[in-house]
Design a protein around this ligand. Structure first.
Ligand code: COA
Length: 143
């Protein structure tokens, strides 16, 4: 298993992976734009030549790193990979002088516990943030 930067040739496979592993739908161009803005902040986890996880983020004004997507295939969860991905993103963002990491997570998601364990706290609620009407929770971590 290895973690590499997302490349444009992986786009079709990435779209299929996200269709199977996430509820939200995204336009293809979104991923190319995220990569263009910050290539080091778009990672894929590859095993047996296939994408089994991904994490991407964006550098925001006011020294913030925003995690946009973090998802692993079921059988790759709870093996420390999610924590590794977040740590890599934070490390890659160091050159921008990042002071805070922010993200949104579904109110009904177990991932809230994961983020708490990594030092994130809930700071806001976004009513009906997701396509199915679920509220979003904004979580932040000070660096
Ligand atoms: C959330 C997710 C990215 C976490 O990655 P992961 O590789 O499974 O997590 P890790 O193995 O690095 O876990 C780090 C810690 O969080 C805990 N944790 C991870 N997932 C958890 C969960 N669903 N419920 C409770 N605790 C969890 C682990 O037990 C571990 O705790 P420890 O340090 O005390 O041992 C992954 O489970 C996932 O892809 N879930 C589905 C998609 C999703 O919800 N993404 C987040 C949307 S914002």
């Amino acid at each position: 298993m290895n973690i590499t930067k997302f490349e444009e040739e992986q786009l079709d496979e990435l779209i299929l992976f996200l269709d199977e592993n996430l509820n939200e739908n995204y336009e293809r161009i979104v991923f190319l734009n995220i990569r263009k803005r910050w290539p080091e902040g778009f990672l894929t986890v590859i095993d047996g030549g296939k994408i089994v996880g991904t994490c991407c983020g964006a550098i925001l004004p006011n020294d913030k790193l925003r995690i946009l997507i973090l998802v692993l295939k079921d059988d790759y969860q709870k093996r420390g990979i999610g924590k590794d991905l977040i740590e890599r993103m934070i490390k890659a963002s160091e050159i921008f002088g990042i002071k805070k990491v922010t993200l949104e997570v579904r109110k009904d998601s177990d991932a809230i516990t994961f983020y708490r364990k990594l030092g994130f706290s809930s700071v806001d609620v976004l009513p009906c943030y997701y396509q199915d009407g679920c509220d979003g929770i904004v979580m932040e971590k000070q660096l």
